[in-house]
Design a protein around this ligand. Structure first.
Ligand code: BT5
Length: 250
């Protein structure tokens, strides 16, 4: 294998040189009853983002999906996405990258003082369950690690480009999983940790959500991970649980 893993974090790692999507494999494992399994690939041939978007996943990145069966309600599931963002950001910072979080699921590197950024990593959480309980949850994390941004979509950056050198992916994944494991053990600490790393708070944003567009200032994030926006139009505070968020230039 291109990467050797002797992980000590409490996850069993299933490694693939190439796979369609680690989230798709993780879903099969979850349906089979697995827990605390990580599906990891050097390359994905059909990587996915949210809303069926494509996720470029050439060889050299870190493409992984964590299968868990947490004893939480679906309302708390977004905290797992935030936990993954915090863990990925911490691991990237240890690799020498000035990584920050853009709500809700992007790990980015600021380009200037005005909220512009390049995307280093994305997270895609999927789950199955009843209204009062999660049955399983898969957290897909894609990190542009040892890649050139050249071959990636506009607006992407990589650890290689930002740190000026390749990262040891075994060490990187080990740190990421340790941080994720610590975060899920202390779910109440996730939002405060997220806030410390957030690039979105204080920004002018446009959020596309199912009930329409919201433009204003991002002023807070709630305990359940929702974004609070002070609307330009109404001057009132509106809470958005999920949606696409764009940082506007001042
Ligand atoms: C995300 O979606 O950011 C979630 C990405 C999750 C990828 C992981 S990899 C392991 C696991 N297996 C999978 O199949 N998926 C997960 P979203 O916010 O919808 O962003 C997608 C958009 O980001 C695309 O429409 C492109 O514009 C851009 N993009 C695509 N590939 C990229 C890359 N490698 N780096 C930066 N931006 C990218």
């Amino acid at each position: 294998p291109a990467v050797e893993f002797g992980l000590e974090a409490p996850f069993t790692v299933e490694y693939h040189d190439a796979v369609g999507s680690t989230n798709a494999v993780a879903r099969e494992r979850a349906i089979d009853g697995a827990t605390d399994v990580v599906v990891l690939a050097d390359e994905q041939t059909g990587g996915r983002g949210r809303l069926e978007r494509e996720w470029s996943s050439p060889a050299g990145g870190v493409w992984l999906s964590i299968v868990t069966r947490p004893a939480i309600t679906p309302a708390r599931a977004p905290l797992y996405t935030l936990a993954a963002a915090v863990a990925t950001t911490h691991a990237a910072r240890e690799a020498g990258v000035d990584a920050r979080i853009k709500w809700p699921n992007d790990v980015v590197v600021p380009v200037d003082e005005d909220g512009a950024y390049r995307k280093l990593a994305g997270i895609l959480t999927e789950m199955e369950g009843e209204t009062d309980r999660v049955e399983w949850l898969t957290v897909g994390i894609g990190v542009n690690a040892n890649l050139d941004a050249d071959g990636l979509p506009e607006g992407a950056t990589t650890i290689r480009d930002e740190a000026g050198e390749d990262v040891n992916r075994r060490v990187f994944v080990q740190r990421l999983l340790e941080e994720f494991d610590a975060a899920r053990a202390d779910l109440d600490g996730v939002v405060p940790a997220w806030r410390d790393l957030a690039l979105t708070l204080g920004q002018r944003v446009r959020v596309d959500r199912s009930s329409g567009e919201l433009v204003g200032e991002a002023v807070d994030i709630t305990d359940s991970g929702a974004l609070v926006v002070e609307s330009d139009e109404s001057g009132e505070r509106d809470t958005v649980a999920a949606g696409d968020c764009e940082h506007l230039r001042p």
